[in-house]
Design a protein. Structure first.
Lengths: 335, 810
């Protein structure tokens, strides 16, 4: 019997060693160890052996053979499984560069991108973001900003007027700048104020490559105790570094605006040495503070403003501003 | 405004470093645009035309051979033929950098090279003439630099922007004063004096409109011989872009450009009225009676300053006849005939001519706002009006008259200034001396520096703001009459800052005591954008101006807000909806072979309203070309889930312009917060859009403002869940939304998930109904569900849905 067991074991191991597929392993498992399997049958035949010692020796031999076969089956199963997985992996190779469908994401407008980046920079500097209506009263748009009626500076704004039944003719305008938000913010609550006001503004300009009748501006306003021109220059410089990068610097030049005094324009110096004229700024005029209900003896402030579209245009080197507002998907997709 | 460096140097010894001067001017707020070097162009030499020849293949150019004094015939191509062999002309040799930026090359035409270029006056930067080549005197030496023979003066011209508060910078003297102060150089203003006066000559002045004209002086000058100006003056005027005309006109312009004093020289003989001029020398008893004070000329020559009568006409110097209104200020002759629009432009009739020998010289002061309003009304502007609008020194007149006489005397040695000059003044004349108080502490507070009283004086005195007083908190600053914009302390502080130098102020970042943040509305607006971008929708910003036709095509019949002065006459409507702009964009893209675009806009819409301002709201518009209504529902659900807002899809209310059977209003509580569905086929036809367009519109003013409560945590059950499929037959008239609600209500708290996974219409389902199949996921927080639990849920759901008229399918 022991010889039979040995022969069965050797035969089994040989079969196992040549099993090529997982199915063969499963079949062998059945054939050898299943209910009617070779070793199961052998086990049941042990009872018929005459002597106790003989039975014990045969039983030991059978156990050894069964474990050897079981181990061999498991080992072979692992080998075959790995081989089959490797074969599948090899067979299912993909050339990933074949998959060139365009991304389905939508495209944020470059003006929005600039707008949000600007907001983020100023939020980082401790500013909040204020908003106001696009249709404004001439009081907010002009008068409160130290431009009384008949002031010649008004004519420089190329204002569009709105026919609004609730107000006398000529006193409702499409805001020509975001500056009215300054006044609204001052009237809404006491200083200190550290805010920016991005928004859409309107001028009666014929569209061309660098002008649009509808465009976007960002206004900054700080009102606090003892705010001075140095704070304005420092803030512009901090913004310049944060928005454009460390290699950029800024300068202020005297200029003239009705709503600030002293007034200035600020330029950004690019790393290549070129200057980019960016916007206007200055110390908030005492009359403007007063219009906002702020006592100019107690508080002082600065304001600045520049074009958002301009920033987008510079960043992406857009040659014609009109393209930004054409609704052309071929433009939108580029950003 | 163009500034000549030579001219500025009459009053201040400026350095040669042009870059430094540009920096200094910019630092003073006088912004420099272009900088031009004028004078001879190096590389241009004189040459004599030897022969000229046409080329059979060149119709517009000729071949010219010239001699530059080296005895060699140099060949050039030339586009003009206003010269003949023997003429001396300027030749730009190869390599010459021309004033217009070109560099002369030798590339010719038809393969024949050109050894340089013959130049027109304009090409040489000496005037606007480009009709032909400049022909020089025949005895001009050959081969010498053109600048040398023509006496051209080398100069640097700065083209500067003058801000509204700096009328003085419209004159070379004003800029020189500013530069001298900044660079700490000596400033020497012109100090002309009048010569001994001649016999009296009368010209009368009557200021009728004293509120518009504060001062009017008229000085009679005789012994004038009209002729060309001296070369130096012509060169200066040319350098700053003023064409030399004759000695009187040139001096008039020169004084304006030097002292910012616009002025006018009338031919005295024309100021007596047109009828008078016609009978000059003859007897006219009536006229003599009307003018009893007439002396030598036996006529009254003079000026009346009054406002126009409505409909009154005047032919201005530009040859245009203008019809005036009563708001226009007129200069009239002694007989009340208009001869000029005050401060803006003279009339034709009184212009000085070649034979003028006696002029009446006007220096005046007009009220700036009145001139500005006239300019706006008439659309007529001039170098003079630009100055008047900003304010001219009312007290620089006497010096300016003397300067005029001094300069004219150079070409008119027999010039006589007559006694009897009139200096009429009226109520609008500003006071001669004005002052304001100044606190040094206030200057330091606004600028952010620490300057002393003496430093303030050192900065201000050189620009004519003289500081008096010792108490730094109560100084008096006398304001110069040439700076009419300066009236208050803050104006003086600006001057201190300007001359201290903005660059010298220490920069510091103010420490905001606030925490910087976006408001909830702003954060939620960004979330909306992010969701839409993720859904593959791109942002556009179309024009908010619409025509009536746009609204009609869109099927919107709304009360609208109009612009009274639109840029394009028919686009006078401020959009009441984002839809027309978005549909136009779809049509545009489709016309450019890009159908199927998905676009959104976040922007304001405007409607008439009862308040101080019209009704203005922020809207979201989403259009999905090539998609049907379900795509819009998906977009809505994504946005709603992100913002944590909900709304009923009310198909009973179809918004105007949308597809009647595939659209719904979004209703939250009682408010309509938007619309969802498809654009109406008729509207698509009107836009010539050939694909379906799914649309979502949302009132962001409302939706962003309603802040969602943070989601509240629910424990995730550790017990197994089980799924239950139930199909219902439901009448087509009843929205699935109601069935959904009934199921949820019936299933109660064990329901943790509900999905509509199949909608079926056809055999096996009653006509007019459809089958809706739902998968319910049931789970208890604290135990494993039993069959009894499931049976209870089925029974409850059945009961709840039957109330709605739904039948559970077996």
């Amino acid at each position: 019997v022991i010889d039979d067991i040995g022969a069965a074991r050797d035969a089994a191991l040989e079969k196992i060693a040549t099993a090529a597929a997982l199915d063969d392993i499963v079949r062998l498992d059945q054939e050898l160890l299943g209910k009617r399997g070779t070793f199961t049958v052998l086990k049941s035949s042990l009872g018929t052996l005459p002597g106790v010692d003989e039975r014990k020796a045969a039983g030991r031999a059978l156990n050894e053979a069964t474990s050897a076969v079981t181990e061999a089956l498991e080992a072979r199963r692992t080998v075959v499984t790995d081989a089959e997985r490797d074969a599948r992996i090899a067979a299912e190779r993909l050339d990933l560069t074949e998959f060139v469908t365009a991304p389905r994401r939508g495209h944020s407008h470059p003006v929005t991108q600039a707008w949000e980046r600007l907001e983020d920079v100023f939020v980082g500097l401790g500013f909040t973001v204020a908003e106001g209506p696009e249709v404004e009263t001439d009081w907010f748009n002009f008068e409160a900003l130290n431009m009384p009626e008949s002031h010649p500076a008004r004519t420089e704004f190329d204002t569009m007027f709105v026919d609004h039944a609730g107000a006398p003719p000529g006193s409702t305008v499409l805001r020509t700048h975001t500056s009215p938000v300054q006044i609204r913010a001052m009237l809404a609550g006491p200083p200190p104020l550290y805010l920016i006001a991005p928004g859409r503004v309107f001028r009666r300009d014929t569209p061309d490559a660098s002008h649009m009748p509808v465009f976007h501006q960002i206004e900054g306003l700080v009102v606090d105790r003892d705010i001075n021109l140095g704070h304005l220059a420092g803030t512009i410089e901090a913004f310049t570094k944060a928005y454009f990068g460390e290699g950029f610097t800024s300068r202020l030049r005297p200029s003239y605006f009705q709503f600030t005094e002293p007034s200035g324009e600020f330029d950004i110096r690019r790393p290549d040495g070129r200057w980019l004229e960016l916007g206007g700024c200055g110390m908030v005029h005492p009359n403007v503070l007063r219009a906002g209900g702020v006592d100019p003896e107690e508080w002082s402030g600065f304001a600045f403003g520049f074009g958002i579209d301009r920033m987008a245009r510079e960043r992406h080197a857009v040659e014609d501003l009109r393209e930004m507002f054409s609704g052309d998907i071929r433009f939108a997709e580029q950003f | 405004m163009k500034l000549s460096l030579n001219w500025l140097r009459d009053y201040v010894p400026l350095p040669d470093d042009v870059d430094r001067l540009v920096e200094t001017l910019n630092g003073l707020g006088i912004e420099v645009g272009d900088v031009d070097h004028v004078g001879g162009v190096p590389g241009v030499v004189t040459a004599r035309v030897v022969r000229m020849e046409r080329h059979p293949d060149a119709a517009t150019v000729i071949r010219v051979w010239v001699d530059r004094g080296d005895g060699v015939e140099h060949h050039v191509w030339c586009g003009a033929s206003n010269f003949s062999p023997g003429d001396v002309v300027p030749l730009a040799t190869v390599g010459t950098a021309m004033p217009d930026g070109r560099t002369i090359g030798s590339r010719g035409i038809l393969g024949i090279p050109s050894d340089g270029m013959l130049c027109s006056p304009r090409e040489l930067g000496v005037g606007g003439d480009h009709s032909g080549i400049l022909v020089l005197p025949a005895d001009t030496a050959l081969g010498v630099p053109y600048g040398e023979v023509s006496g051209l003066v080398d100069d640097v011209v700065f083209d500067v922007d003058v801000t509204r508060n700096r009328p003085d910078a419209f004159g070379h003297v004003g800029v020189a004063r500013d530069l001298a102060a900044k660079l700490q150089l000596p400033f020497t203003a012109p100090r002309p004096t009048l010569p001994a006066l001649g016999n009296p000559a009368e010209a009368t002045v009557e200021i009728v409109a004293g509120e518009r004209c504060g001062r009017f002086t008229l000085t009679v000058l005789s012994g004038i011989v009209i002729g060309p100006s001296a070369a130096w003056m012509a060169a200066r005027l040319s350098a700053v872009g003023q064409r030399p005309i004759n000695n009187v006109v040139d001096v008039s312009n020169y004084v304006m450009l030097e002292l910012n004093q616009p002025n006018h020289a009338y031919d005295l003989a024309t100021l007596g009225g047109r009828d008078q001029a016609a009978s000059f020398g003859g007897e006219d008893p009536a006229r003599t009676e009307a003018a009893p004070a007439a002396s030598r000329s036996e006529r009254v020559n003079g000026i009346r300053v009054r406002t126009a009568k409505d409909g009154e006409q005047l032919t201005t110097l530009d040859g245009m006849t203008r019809t005036l209104t009563m708001d226009e200020l007129l200069i009239c002759d002694a007989h009340d005939v208009p001869i000029g629009l005050a401060g803006i432009m003279g009339g034709e009739h009184t212009e000085i001519g070649d034979r003028t020998s006696t002029v009446a010289l006007e220096f005046a002061w007009f009220e700036p706002l009145g001139i500005a309003a006239s300019v706006t009304r008439t659309g007529l502007r001039s170098d003079a009006s630009a100055r008047w609008e900003r304010g001219v020194d009312a007290y620089g007149i006497d010096k300016s008259i003397a300067r005029f006489v001094e300069l004219l005397g150079e070409t008119c040695p027999d010039l006589v200034v007559h006694t009897g000059a009139v200096d009429a003044r009226a109520e609008s004349l500003p006071p001669e001396s004005r002052s304001t108080s100044l606190r040094v502490s206030q200057a330091n507070r606004i600028i952010g520096v620490e300057v002393s009283r003496d430093e303030v004086a050192r900065l201000l005195d050189p620009i004519g703001f003289t500081v008096t007083g010792d108490d730094p908190e109560a100084l008096t600053v006398n304001l110069p009459s040439w700076r009419p914009d300066s009236t208050a302390e803050i104006d003086v502080i600006e001057e201190i800052a300007r001359h201290y130098g903005y660059d010298n102020v220490p920069r510091r970042v103010p420490l905001s005591p606030l925490h910087g943040h976006l408001s909830p509305v702003q954060q939620r607006r960004r979330q909306v954008r992010a969701v839409l971008l993720g859904l593959g929708v791109s942002e556009v910003m179309p024009s908010p101006f619409l025509s009536a036709d746009d609204l009609r095509r869109t099927g919107l019949d709304l009360e609208v807000l109009r612009i009274t002065n639109p840029l394009v006459a028919e686009e006078d409507i401020l959009r009441p909806s984002l839809r027309p702009g978005l549909l136009r964009a779809i049509a545009f893209n489709a016309a450019h072979r890009r159908p199927g675009v998905a676009l959104f806009e976040v922007g304001h819409v405007y409607r008439p309203g009862p308040g101080e301002l019209p009704d203005e709201r922020e809207m979201l518009g989403v259009v999905l070309a090539g998609s049907a209504a379900p795509a819009a529902i998906t977009a809505w659900r994504e946005v709603a889930a992100t913002l944590g807002v909900g709304a009923r899809i009310d198909q009973g209310r179809v918004p105007a312009g949308l597809h009647p059977t595939r659209s719904a209003a979004l209703v939250a509580g009682r408010d309509e917060i938007g619309a969802v569905g498809e654009v109406a086929p008729g509207v698509l036809d009107a836009y010539e859009i050939r694909e379906r367009v799914a649309i979502l519109e949302l009132d962001l003013s409302t939706v962003l403002a309603t802040e969602a409560k943070p989601a509240r945590w629910k424990a995730t059950s550790r017990h197994p869940s089980s799924d239950l499929d139930m199909a219902f037959e439901l009448d087509e008239e009843i929205p699935a939304e109601k069935l959904d609600k009934a199921i949820r209500q019936g299933a109660g708290s064990l329901l943790v998930g509900l999905e509509l996974f199949d909608v079926y219409r056809g055999p096996g389902v009653t006509d007019g109904s459809r089958s809706l199949a739902y998968r319910l996921r049931l789970q208890a927080p604290d135990r494993t569900l039993t069959d009894a639990d499931t049976a209870t849920v089925v029974a409850q759901v059945r009961a709840a849905t039957e109330k709605l008229g739904a039948h559970l399918r077996q």
